[in-house]
Design a protein around this ligand. Structure first.
Ligand SMILES: Cc1cc2nc3c(=O)[nH]c(=O)nc-3n(C[C@H](O)[C@H](O)[C@H](O)COP(=O)(O)OP(=O)(O)OC[C@H]3O[C@@H](n4cnc5c(N)ncnc54)[C@H](O)[C@@H]3O)c2cc1C
Length: 385
């Protein structure tokens, strides 16, 4: 577990990310997003800031930031462009899996290069026929001497093409196992092919792909945690998703904040019936509700981050934060659009982008229906009779 980050250091890093977003991201985000163009320069800027090593322990070359600071960084990035928070999310989930469950050799081999962003990671759990129902995944890992042969199709792999290492859930004879699959970034490597690039409503710029494994061979040393990790992939990855849910909650706060701030400014500039629309009570009530939901979302996210940092199980708290913040982001983005009237629908303002980006958060890292199941299961365990 990472040490608490010195509050002054945390404030400095968050301020540096905010400056980066204001100077580098905001001027180009909408153009890149509309072109669905990969943000190469912005990702290089994130590397320079050390963000690929944000939560990787310092002994492996990372910044070793605590989870609450990480959540603040994610909010800043997402307030500029939500896709950027996705570039680090599954990378850091993969790094967290290695840091927590990897052997010493695995940590030394991968984490220092992941911390600098030289080696980029992704998480590959979902399949075309296995999303919420992770236990039904079919991708197969067949032992063959000192190797495993991987066959199957994985779906919805964000960062799948740019990644050089994939945290892959596949079915070994002992059960679902997490393999750390090294590959060259790009459309194909060995028996791995990027079989589809998904076109998306939002979350553009960064790639979400389908990956086909056809007799792809990996060494037995790719099993996360060595032979102890065989059959334990699902609990490893599902625990890793707690950090992912905090990322999603924080990015929902970022999108919601950007939408709210745009709306409250616009409401004071746009006049109808002889006064700024902010003077109409109907608009004031919208702004009050938006700000209240944003504040509640941020407090739930901070609480989940604090609990996670303290080393406690956070399935309930991270689930609540993700559930509430993502629904709040959808509502706040919609209200921001309504407050902007026709301009909210035009592509010259980022409001339409917030509106298209927000729905991902109710789906990713477990849909909100699944969050409710996770929260309820956790609560029932806390109140035995
Ligand atoms: C843009 C994007 C990026 C993604 N990136 C990644 C990634 O990097 N890595 C990765 O592994 N996955 C990724 N995913 C996949 C994502 O995690 C899954 O889409 C998600 O878990 C839902 O799975 P599904 O789409 O198969 O929906 P399904 O499981 O088919 O669910 C369909 C609907 O049924 C509901 N439902 C399902 N089961 C139940 C139940 N028991 N009770 C009540 N309702 C239920 C769901 O809530 C949903 O509303 C990504 C998805 C998107 C859209």
């Amino acid at each position: 577990m990472a040490e608490r980050t010195d509050p002054e250091v945390a404030d400095e890093i968050v301020a540096a990310v905010r400056r980066f977003v204001e100077r580098e991201v905001l001027p180009v985000a909408s153009d890149l997003e509309h072109a669905d163009a990969y943000p190469t320069d912005l990702v290089a800027g994130m590397r320079d800031l050390g963000l690929f090593g944000a939560t990787i322990p310092p002994e492996h070359g990372g910044l070793g930031l605590d989870v609450p600071t990480y959540a603040r960084i994610v909010e800043e990035l997402a307030a500029g462009w939500m896709s950027l928070s996705g570039v680090v999310n599954t990378h850091l989930i993969a790094a967290g899996l290695i840091a927590r469950h990897g052997t010493g050799e695995q940590r030394d081999r991968w984490l220092p290069r992941m911390a600098t962003g030289e080696l980029r990671g992704c998480l590959s759990l979902s399949e075309p026929d296995a999303g919420s129902d992770t236990r039904s995944l079919r991708c197969k890992a067949t032992p063959d001497g000192d190797e495993y042969v991987i066959d199957g199709t994985k779906a919805w792999v964000t960062n799948g093409e740019t990644a050089g290492i994939v945290a892959l859930a596949a079915r070994a004879p002992e059960g679902i196992t997490c393999f750390m699959v090294e590959k060259e970034p790009g459309p194909a490597h060995g028996g791995i092919t990027i079989s589809k690039r998904v076109g998306k409503l939002g979350y553009k710029g960064i790639e979400t792909v389908e990956m086909a494994y056809d007799g792809h061979r990996v060494p037995a040393s790719a099993v996360l945690g060595g032979s102890d990790g065989l059959g334990r992939g699902l609990p490893f990855i599902l625990a890793g998703l707690e950090l992912g849910r905090i990322n999603i909650a924080a990015r929902a706060c970022g999108v919601a904040r950007a939408a709210f701030e745009a709306a409250i400014r616009y409401a004071q500039q746009r006049e109808t019936f002889g006064k700024p629309i902010a003077q109409h009570q109907a608009i004031q009530f919208k702004l009050a509700d938006m700000a209240t939901r944003l504040e509640a979302a941020r407090l739930l996210t901070r609480n989940a981050a604090e609990r996670h940092q303290a080393g406690e199980r956070t399935d309930v708290e991270a689930g609540m934060a993700k559930l509430f913040a993502s629904e709040a982001a959808m509502d706040i983005a919609t209200e921001a659009m309504r407050i902007h009237g026709a301009m909210g629908y035009a592509d010259e303002l980022p409001i339409e982008r917030y509106y298209r980006d927000a729905p991902l958060m109710v789906i990713g890292e477990g849909t909100n229906e699944i969050q409710r199941m996770v929260i309820a299961r956790g609560l029932l365990a806390r109140y035995p009779v």
